[in-house]
Design a protein around this ligand. Structure first.
Ligand SMILES: [Zn+2]
Length: 647
């Protein structure tokens, strides 16, 4: 367990915009920041971060929370682990109370993988610089490739000694457990023996977006045909290949600055480009591009440029992957290096300036590139040509934006010399089919939790609300407690001699007293729990709820404070403000009346039902009296709310 004081310290230090900003690009929008939501797939940003309130809220998928919640959800960490993450980020020392065995175990499992991976990186780097073998083989290889010292250091390159289990033995001697070495993919447990996965290879550590080592790529320098050139870490609890891009940790800032991301093939391409001063570059390293990787890039930019080797036989095979990028609504450009060159070789041959100019002058739009490349091969074969046209139009059809689609259709019609109208009708056919195949609501309406209609009680609810459902009114009460609990309002009272006077009470006291007087309970048990927390002698603050350890409570608080509902909305809805106090009181009263009115409504329905089922005369009499009282109450609250009375 982490001490309460330490938790408070962590919350105080954590700037939500910095915590979120480590993962997604945020742009200023008024007093808030806005970005693409990392929790659902969206193309226009609805993920809002409020530095003032210390919270985030997505108006697309509804996810919201504080800094700790964000790390929990985004990094898939437990509550204590998320606190530890933030403590590390803000250099806060954690004083731990004793942990339960389960806590220790779950924390240890993933953390141990990070720890052994970090140890392995240090060991491999050490072996590169400080062993004869490392220097003779590893270091001289990197130098031969032309890597500068600062670059070798920056990317934490290393070398794994060429013995059966040199690394494993060193790690065991240093106190690391074999179990974790195996789980981290560093050691292979064979049937009889255990041995190093990477022995005799130069090592490229793979980092997650926060810069922790999660896996490795190892390249052999032997020419032996039986040895595969590259060996990568297997999937582990901390390394999921399809969610990782090599170099992203080092590229984040560059991608944002250039508003573009270069995608290359291998580790050395990434490193060479960095050395040449181009830092917005990543590699999917080994796997073919996945949707998750594309979305990772899209957090930082909408623009991808794919760099191909000059003699790349795999270009056509990669087209399907690029369609995925188009489907995500991103702009894709393609760059083909001169024959026989790859980013690595080319960047070493020319100057930095030449490289930059070459890239910017030769990047082509992907669809035009694909069309041209394929068209050259088939232009004399009508059947193949027809197939190609269909294929190209299919690529265009997945672009979400209509304007972009029409631009591409024009371009393709020019390149392939096909009537634009023909392409358009083909396009529409494909899109119609797509729509019927995958009919799903694409856009989420922005959903304020408390709609403005909720205030104007003379207007019937547009939404289909159950007649006896008090949910909305209960929520509004909670809203007032949360937002205005310690604000003072004047309320009627009597002085010592029984004369009418006014006294100041807090909004919280006012609401609590009023509801308790009428013994009103919330139907929604979460609201009731929330309400009960206000009966503490010390009035809890907004932050108390936002940072509450129970996810349900903090979630509700965050939903409410991030709702667009505010007193000024009320003003716009015709409640004229004389002074803020009077206005607040009016608003609180209206909300209480509305809740009571709903509760009475509900009791009336119950009463009707009972009367219908009732057998005994005495019971009927009692119920009829009750009904009369309820109807009077209903009339009273309707008039207080200024509603027409409907029988
Ligand atoms: Zn979202």
């Amino acid at each position: 367990m982490i001490h309460k004081e330490t938790i408070d310290k962590i919350f105080d230090a954590s700037r939500i915009e910095e915590v979120v900003g480590d993962f997604i690009t945020l742009k200023k929008r008024g007093i808030n920041l806005l970005g693409l939501c990392p929790f659902h797939n969206e193309k226009t940003p609805s993920f809002t971060v409020s530095p003032v309130k210390g919270i985030y809220k997505c108006f697309g998928c509804g996810k919201g929370g504080n800094a700790v919640n964000f790390i929990m959800d985004h990094e898939l960490l437990t509550y204590p682990d998320a606190l530890r993450y933030l403590a590390r980020k803000y250099n806060i020392e954690i004083e731990e109370e004793e942990q339960s065995p389960e806590e220790l175990e779950s924390q240890n499992a993933r953390e141990s993988l990070y720890i052994v991976s970090a140890f392995a990186q240090k060991q491999f780097t050490n072996d590169l610089y400080h062993t004869d073998e490392g220097k003779a083989i590893g270091l001289s290889y990197f130098r031969e490739r032309g890597f500068r010292e600062d670059i070798i250091e920056k990317f934490q390159l290393g070398y794994s000694i060429d013995k059966w289990r040199a690394f494993t033995d060193t790690a065991l001697k240093a106190g690391y457990q074999l179990d974790y070495l195996v789980k981290a993919g560093l050691t292979i447990a064979g049937e009889e023996k255990t041995f190093d996965r990477f022995s005799g290879r130069v090592m490229f550590p793979i980092h997650n977006v926060t810069g922790r080592v999660i896996g490795f790529g190892g390249r052999t320098l032997k020419t032996d045909k039986k040895t595969s050139k590259y060996v990568n870490s297997p999937e582990t609890d901390i390394y999921h290949k399809s969610f990782v891009l090599y170099g992203l940790y080092y590229a984040k800032k560059g991608i944002i600055a250039a508003d573009n991301c270069y995608l290359v093939e291998g580790y050395t391409d990434v490193i060479s480009m960095h050395q040449a001063g181009i830092e917005n570059v990543v590699s999917s390293s080994g796997t073919s591009l996945t949707v998750e990787q594309i979305r990772l890039i899209r957090r930082y930019t909408q623009n991808i440029t794919i760099l191909y080797d000059g003699d790349n036989a795999g270009i056509k095979a990669s087209f399907r992957g690029i369609d995925l990028v188009l489907e995500e609504g991103m702009n894709v450009k393609v760059l083909l290096f001169p024959d026989g060159e790859d980013p690595d070789s080319f960047s070493k041959r020319v100057s930095q300036e030449e490289l930059k100019t070459f890239i910017s002058e030769n990047s082509k739009d992907f669809i035009a590139f694909k069309t041209q490349l394929l068209f050259e091969e088939v232009k004399h074969d009508p059947i193949k040509k027809a197939t190609l046209i269909k294929e190209i139009v299919e690529s265009v059809a997945i672009i979400p934006e209509a304007i972009m689609r029409s631009v591409y259709i024009k371009e393709c019609s020019r390149i392939m010399d096909v009537d634009e109208q023909v392409l358009l009708s083909e396009l529409n056919k494909i899109r119609r089919k797509k729509v019927t195949d995958t009919a799903k609501p694409e856009s989420f309406a922005q959903e304020p939790i408390l709609s403005s209609e909720g205030i104007d009680y003379s207007v019937e609810k547009k939404k289909e609300v159950l007649f006896d459902d008090c949910e909305e009114q209960e929520k509004e009460i909670i809203y007032f407690l949360l937002k205005y609990s310690d604000q003072k309002i004047l309320t009627d009272a009597e002085d010592e001699e029984g004369r009418p006077t006014e006294v100041e009470v807090s909004v919280a006291d006012f609401i609590i007293q009023d509801l308790n007087n009428d013994r009103i309970k919330f139907d929604n048990t979460l609201y009731q729990r929330f309400f009960d927390l206000y009966t503490n002698p010390e009035l809890p603050t907004e932050n108390y709820f936002i940072q509450h350890v129970e996810k349900e409570i903090s979630q509700l608080a965050i939903d409410l404070v991030s709702s667009p509902h505010s007193l000024s909305d009320w003003e716009r809805h015709g409640i004229f403000v004389i002074t803020e106090d009077q206005f607040l009181k009016k608003a609180v009263l209206k909300t209480i009346y509305a809740l009571k009115s709903k509760k009475i409504q509900k009791m009336l329905l119950e009463n009707h039902r009972k009367i219908k089922d009732c057998k005994g005369d005495e019971e009927i009499m009692r119920l009829l009296v009750e009904r009369k009282q309820l109807e009077e109450g209903k009339k009273l609250y309707s008039s207080l709310l200024g509603r027409p009375i409907i029988k």
